[in-house]
Design a protein around this ligand. Sequence first.
Ligand code: HEM
Length: 151
Amino acid sequence: METTDLLLAIVHHILVFSVAALIACESVLTRGELSAAAIKRLAGLDRHYGILAMLVIIVGVGRVFYGLKGWEFYVYNWVFWAKMVSFLAVGLLSIIPTMRFLSWNRQASANASFTVPAAELSSVRFYLRAEMVGIVLILIFAAAMARGYGY
Ligand code: HEM
């Protein structure tokens, strides 16, 4: 149905751009020294990132099955699968930052003089940048697949 397709498309766009915004926020917040408050904020943002990523999967699968084009349009299309692999890669890349934020938050709560080790901070920044590259790839694949490329 056209209304279902429209609603799924609207929610999908809002979710994916929120996910991208959260990665950008995390990237900005991990610049320079981190206060305990900043670490707490990062852990909170990252929790929302995880929830939104789950919703992206649910709504994305909804678009495949309830979208106007029908599931056959996507499952035989390699650009769609390239988009899925990129999405999975972004998910895997986000594991290390999530684990670091949780660990820093735990340590900062237990010890007021805790400072984030520089090597851990720069590795988290590396993973966040790699996630951004993944998002750019997803956007390229999304635009191509929506226009029928990939057969
Ligand atoms: C962060 C992850 C994602 C981003 C940034 C993203 C981005 C986009 C964008 C921008 C479009 C619109 C393309 C256009 O009309 O030009 C789109 C469409 C779509 N996406 Fe995603 N997406 C993501 C994840 C997913 C996932 C996980 C799924 C499925 C499980 C999915 C399924 C779809 C479908 C079915 C369409 C409709 C394409 C069409 O109109 O034929 N997306 N996506």
